[in-house]
Design a protein around this ligand. Structure first.
Ligand code: GLU
Length: 442
């Protein structure tokens, strides 16, 4: 029987979880689930200043939010310290390592790299990688203060956890030549490696916080769904090989394959992520969307039960056009708050024109007289009005009316908006806008 696949996510918690890091977790998780193997979590918490309990909690929260459930107990690297040091002693005893007092700083333990030949491995993503032994150097595995170095701890923990495949960012490609020698010296099988391509910005440089949001928590706050972030990050370096982009978790698990992983850098594209989020939001159960909407509106100080029971209709209009939850208070403000802001460029273009105050008043009269204040009837009435004026289309009327009612040119259809606002509020807003245009306050 083939050996059971056992992979691990081995982050060093620092307080915020970078998308590059969590992408490694996602690839590990997908591979483990695809192979029916195990996905382990090892917290590399040896940097005691940065790996605080809060930083570790943030990491665990991010994983839970994204549905990255780990198998078995979480391993904390600091718990293995005695083992790391004991093995370093053994390596010295067997001649694989030696002690040296470097620059009078105290004695450290140094691992011997081969002096000739070549170190090589077949990376599942990058192909065959080699390094001439003469181009390598011996390296420290225990510092003079007695603390084990990353390379030793990382390799030993992988042996302890029985890891078969190491899937991580390609910033570790060089370390791997060292690690392979450690595995060999320790008489342990060398795991298979998959180094994932770097995530880059539009200029091809490593994606960092200078490029925009780079941490999972920020995307969460901005209203991206965990399903979106998972799906999007899974496609940064992997593609199922057909044109599918929106995939369920099950579909991704089913299709995941290192043969379809790319070794070239993966460009982070916020526009695409945002598009994808819109697709996910549009498919959400209405009740869930409504809950989120209400929570966001309340947090923004808008009334808790807006629209006097018309929330349902608003949801129907807003949900399909929402890209992120963070946009909701801004996009919906005009439905709940008479102090909604006016978009300067829309006011300039659509309201600061000859005859607009009169036009708004005329439409206010139409709205006042409308037998039924429902979208279809309002639209038919305004259409007839436009035709009677000799207008080619409805734009000359509809655009100024929309800006007067909502402050901006974007948002849901004008007549649906008027219906939701109701007759009284719509008429009042049109008249107020007309008056303010006349006295110059708008
Ligand atoms: N803690 C290291 C990191 O986060 C480990 C990487 C690994 O071996 O997966 O970069």
């Amino acid at each position: 029987m083939a050996e059971k696949v056992r992979v691990r996510f081995a982050p060093s918690p620092t307080g915020k979880v970078h998308i590059g890091n969590i992408r490694a977790a996602i690839f590990n998780w997908l591979y483990a689930r695809h192979m029916g193997g195990e996905f382990l979590l090892r917290v590399e918490d040896t940097d005691l200043e940065r790996s605080t309990p809060e930083a570790i909690q943030t990491l665990l929260d991010c994983m839970a939010w994204l549905g990255l459930d780990a198998d078995g107990e979480v391993m904390y690297q600091t718990s293995q310290r005695e083992h790391h040091l004991a093995v370093a002693e053994e390596l010295v005893a067997k001649g694989f390592a030696y002690r040296e007092n470097k620059g009078g700083q105290g004695e450290c333990v140094i691992f011997r790299m081969p002096k000739e030949g070549v170190i090589e491995y077949d990376d599942l993503v990058k192909g065959h990688l080699t390094k001439q032994a003469k181009d390598t150097q011996d390296f420290v595995i225990v510092r003079s203060d007695g603390s084990p170095v990353f390379h030793l701890a990382n390799v030993l923990d992988d042996i302890t956890q029985g890891v078969t495949h190491i899937i991580r960012g390609d910033d570790h490609v060089e370390n791997t030549f060292k690690h392979i020698q450690l595995f060999k010296a320790l008489g342990a099988p060398v795991p298979k490696y998959a180094h994932l391509p770097m995530i880059v910005n539009h200029a091809g440089k490593p994606y960092s916080k200078r490029d925009g949001s780079a941490f999972v928590g920020e995307f969460r706050e901005q209203g991206y769904l965990p399903e979106t972030l998972f799906n999007y990050l899974a496609l940064l370096g992997w593609a199922p090989g057909d044109d599918r982009e929106i995939m369920t978790r099950e579909e991704m698990v089913e299709a995941f394959d290192f043969a379809k992983c790319k070794s070239s850098p993966a460009q982070f594209d916020l526009k695409k992520l945002t598009w994808m989020n819109g697709e996910y939001i549009a498919c959400q159960p209405k009740a869930e969307f409504e809950r989120e909407l209400t929570a966001r509106l309340t947090a923004a100080g808008l009334p808790e039960t807006p629209l006097n029971g018309h929330l349902d209709e608003l949801v129907g209009h807003i949900q399909p056009r929402t890209k992120t939850y963070a946009d909701l208070p801004g996009n919906c403000r005009c439905f709940f708050d008479e102090a909604f802001p006016f978009e300067a460029k829309d006011v300039e273009k659509r309201l600061h024109a000859e005859g607009v105050p009169e036009l708004l008043e005329t439409v206010a009269e139409h709205f006042e007289r409308a037998p039924e204040f429902v979208a279809a009837a309002l639209e038919a009435d305004i259409k007839a009005f436009c035709q009677a004026r000799g207008d080619k289309g409805m734009g000359a009327v509809v655009h100024p009316v929309r800006v007067a009612l909502s402050g901006s040119m974007t948002g849901i259809g004008l007549f649906e908006m008027a219906e939701l606002l109701g007759r009284e509020r719509s008429v009042r807003r049109l008249r107020t806008a007309a008056a303010r245009l006349r006295d110059g306050s708008l």
